[in-house]
Design a protein. Sequence first.
Length: 234
Amino acid sequence: MILKYSRNIFFGFALIITGCSAYSSGNRYQTEDEKTEKVKDVRFSSAEDPSPKTIVPSPDSLVSDVEFDESDPDESPENETSVDLSEVLKKFNSSSGGTVLEADNSTTKEKLLMEIIEYLNTPYRYGGNSKKGIDCSAFTQTIYYNVLSTPLLRSARDQYTQGEVIENQDELQFGDLVFFNTRRRVKPGHVGIYIGDNLFAHASSKNGVIISSLEHEYYSKNFMGARRIENVQF
């Protein structure tokens, strides 16, 4: 499959864990100016919760005014290796049967990947939710809403309560939300979107939106589980 995509794609990424807050706040939500981002008209798919429950948020949950604590200092995994986006695309193309990817005639899975590529290298901003700067839970929320019109809750902690519980990495499917224990005070402290082949896209506090590997010792050790959002299919 040949990826027909008009925007520049950066192929080198240094991987570093994010410092995304698990709490919500008013200035972490979309303002009217930021809502000028178009919403694509498509559909898509979400641990240590002893009695996990599914929450179906209303659009109002995207604009709350809850205070959040200051984030903990970032922790950086050691001996990181960068993920080459060209290799990601090769694997994706191979698994998709070699069909041509076009914006107007693509599957939901392809649309999700294209939207992630749109945000690659977006700088990290704690509380941000636009291409000027975004944090981890705003990234997952924005991708889901833009591609699937599916509202996620605003914080990593709240998103952890949504969807079907996926505890093991070998059960992951494309589009699952993956969560990590990166905070001393709040769990989970970080969230990303699984894109297959043990890779996930997320907003890193040091490098912005990047693609990282779950096989790295740090991510594997701090993996808390995943959520598969209901009524979302690829």
